[in-house]
Design a protein around this ligand. Sequence first.
Ligand code: S3P
Length: 431
Amino acid sequence: MKQLVIHPVKNLQGTLAVPGDKSISHRAVMLGSLAYGTTHITHFLNSADCLSTIGIFKAMGVKIKQSGDRVTIVGRGLNSLKPPRQMLNAGNSGTTARILLGLLAGQPFTSRLTGDKYLRRRPMRRVVGPLIQMGARISGNDSGNYLPVKVETRKLKGITYELPVASAQVKSSLLLAGLFADGTTKVLEPTPTRDHTERMFSAFSIPFSQRGKAITVKGPVMPFKGQWIKVPGDISSAAFFVVAGLITPGSTLRLMNVGLNPTRTGLLNILQRMGAHMGVTYHKTRGGAEPIGDLTVATSALKGVEVGGEIVPRMIDEFPIFAVAATQARGTTVVKNAEDLKVKESDRILMMAVTLKKMGAHIQPTPDGWVIKGPTPLKGCRISSGGDHRVAMALAVAALIAKGTTTILDTENINTSFPGFSQLLERISVR
Ligand code: S3P
């Protein structure tokens, strides 16, 4: 079992670029595999989760070449996927599994999908339910709620579906199924979630419409061509360094080429409300393309804040590192409406409460978030990340300002989203 040993630092200094965005990398491979002709992806996230997506499309006969962060896909069109010979494996990647189920439901062949021991515990009903309404036949444990599942071939028909939980994975899964369905598929979002699928549809010239809360595709769609896709740096990876720079005394960090899609920048907005010294410079990008920019952060005296409502989906993956920031903020921080954190790679409400408490923080879990009182000094200890990559990296940041050494156990899964994390942290650490 892999572990990370972190010693406290004097401060953090430097300029860095984080690897490519995970959500966008997955979607680029999926749509590139359905396109006709060559798709070139640059700054692709070469991590275990995205390699699971590549592996799955290779298993369905797509020619994909990868060299570091460059990927070339020779697609043969919307209806070119081949029946896989083995069970498809999404590894640890919930995004791969959930979005792919929509795509598989629309194929003229039967397939089976599984994942690792963590993913096999995560609920799939949120996508399986509406896909069955579209006519899909999906079976597995607990009526297809848990992997492994079998997806049998059925003709799909478009439906109107109001998402009960704000989820980009569910929205994207239904939109992909909608590409193969007869008629109109309309997805209504309670609050906006990341819109990378919609932006990727635009990049591939796939027609869709967005009016208010409704996103609509009409299937079956016409063939579309391969594209050049440049993946921005992942704001969810940058978030660890943003918070590290804010809470470590005497630090200044500059992060280059970070994706700044407004459906992902909730953490930055909240940190600014907490008093963070942060500079944001946007690059020039074409309308509709993913916004990119550079961030500068300097150590700041943060104050407690209340977080809930529409901002929650805009910072959903950042809550573990946000909890670390809140332990160093003056006053009380309350997080509400974040119950979906319980079904991420681990129960993140519980994991962050247990681990940060062990490090000396005042953190109380609630059914839908935490109450955190700060600032509290942290102390190094031996803690498990529960195999959750974002919990592991959040604890590594907390360990930078802790007294004594921290050993984080079960850190192998950092590779699912951020290979090279500990080397990058070491490069900017001044001791
Ligand atoms: C993702 C959506 C989010 C997020 C996940 C990636 C995506 O999940 O937590 O890491 O790429 O669509 P939900 O859709 O379950 O909120």
